[in-house]
Design a protein. Structure first.
Length: 480
């Protein structure tokens, strides 16, 4: 009897499909293993998968699992051999589904559904491959754990200052290497990075006793955390090369020097800048010493609003000043002009020149500075000769040199008191004093200081003009 006819006769396939015919022709025993008509739709799905192996699709929920034997592929395998994943379409039926040969199943009763076959066990080769993958996975886990342990962040520094202080104080009383004393004091291994240890010990050493007591009193509160202390101390360490620089600042606090008596630093330790480590000038000006005091004052005011900006600005001003003074000091020959000016004696010295100045006031035609000024007036006019541009050009000729702006102000004040405030010889009183009497006074004082001729004194004043501007800027408080 035809297989298709048998399927129709038993009511398993009332409307034979093309798939049923093909499957029946390929596997004659398949109708015996196909208990219901619904399974034909499942066969259609399975055959379609065989034709298109790359096509992926999800089995419809209403379809029961096929009764075809399929082995299970190990999840750890990347590729599976053909023997590990196949669909059995052989001519022999599966043992558990073989129909009894004695008598066919009764047609009156509904067929009993077959039990789902258990998945086949992977082959020995698959087991070996799966085991090797698992071993590699375990090795990777061990390597990852070891790396995590190696890179794990050290619990030091501790969270609170009170705990850090206890460890630091205990470590100072112990003898031995840093590693051994650290383990004994803090109860843990030291940090792997030596820079970490150096940074935090630097913070502790540069904190004041009052700061330490305040943080220790805060105990284990938010205000007593170590990071808060670091945030307070760290900005003041910037600009200093190491902790010895900060100690040098504290140890070198001097009383404010006398305004007219600069300090000559002879000791080697005081000849190097504690900020930039450059050599300081042999003779330090009053301004430079004042800037140093500003640095020291700013370093004590840390923690206040704007303190960081003020401190950094003081450091920059101090270093710029001493570098300028050092450069100017190296430019001129030694003893070319006085290293410093005693401004306490400048006023009586100017008053002592009153007779020479009065002679110039009465007869200025012999003055080099008066002749130069009148030449400019005749060429440019009164306004043009004394405008900002020409006034600056004239200052390059009629300068007070190494006396600086401070010395010029003192001289001008004395000269004003010696002569009446009236126009003189075609010039306004102020212009006559600034352009004629003031440089004449500086020349007389330079001759007295250096014992040189009038021409040589003018040359020295011109050469020392920049030195005087830097060393002795205008200071109204000292003039009054």
């Amino acid at each position: 009897m035809d297989y298709i006819g048998s399927m129709e006769s038993v009511g398993l396939c009332p409307e034979p499909t093309r798939v049923c015919r093909v499957v029946a022709a390929v596997c004659p025993e398949l109708p015996r293993r196909t208990p219901t008509y619904e399974l034909c739709r499942d066969m259609d799905y399975e055959v379609d998968k065989l034709k298109n192996p790359k096509r992926s699709g999800k089995r419809p929920a209403e379809l029961p699992a096929a009764s075809l034997t399929r082995s299970v592929k190990a999840r750890t395998e990347k590729t599976a051999p053909a023997s590990d994943a196949y669909i059995d379409l052989s001519m022999s039926p599966a043992p558990e589904h073989t129909a009894p040969t004695t008598s066919p199943a009764p047609l009156a009763s509904s067929p009993t559904p077959l039990a789902r076959p258990a998945p086949s066990v992977p082959s020995a080769a698959a087991k070996a491959r799966a085991g090797s993958v698992i071993e590699l996975f375990e090795d990777d886990m061990e390597i990852g754990a070891s790396r995590a342990a190696a890179t794990k962040k050290s619990p030091w520094p501790l969270k609170y200052v009170v705990d850090m202080a206890r460890g630091f104080n205990a470590q100072e009383t112990m003898a031995g290497t840093i590693e051994d004393t650290f383990r004994a004091a803090f109860g843990m291994d030291p940090p792997k990075s030596r820079s970490t240890w150096a940074k935090h010990i630097k913070i502790w050493k540069n904190s004041t006793q009052a700061e330490r007591e305040d943080f220790i009193a805060a105990e284990r509160s938010r205000t007593g955390e170590w990071r808060v202390l670091m945030k307070q101390i760290t900005p003041w360490l910037k600009g200093l090369k190491d902790e010895d620089d900060m100690e040098a600042i504290v140890l070198k606090v001097e009383d404010k020097p006398q305004a007219e008596t600069p300090i000559i630093l002879a000791s080697p330790e005081n000849s190097i800048c504690f900020v930039c480590t450059e050599r300081l000038p042999d003779v330090q000006s009053e301004k430079l010493l004042s800037l140093k005091q500003d640095v020291l004052s700013a370093s004590r005011s840390r923690g206040k609003t704007g303190g960081t900006t003020k401190y950094i600005g003081a450091l920059a001003s101090y270093c710029l000043r001493h570098r300028t003074e050092s450069a100017l000091e190296r430019r001129h020959p030694e003893n070319r002009w006085p290293a410093y000016v005693d401004f306490t004696m400048l006023r009586p010295r100017v008053e002592a020149c009153a007779n020479q100045l009065r002679a110039i006031w009465l007869e200025p035609q012999e003055s080099h500075f008066y002749i130069t000024t009148m030449q400019q007036v005749s060429k440019l006019g009164m306004e043009g000769a004394f405008n900002a541009k020409n006034d600056f050009s004239a200052s390059m000729v009629s300068t007070v040199g190494y006396f600086g702006e401070k010395g010029a102000c003192i001289m001008f004040s004395v000269i004003q008191s010696l002569f009446p405030n009236v126009p003189a010889h075609g010039l306004r009183f102020v212009d006559f004093v600034r352009r004629v009497l003031l440089p004449e006074t500086a020349v007389l004082l330079a001759q007295d200081d250096l014992a040189v001729s009038w021409e040589k004194a003018i040359d020295i004043l011109l050469d020392s003009k920049e030195y005087g501007v830097v060393m002795y800027p205008e200071d109204d408080d000292e003039i009054i």
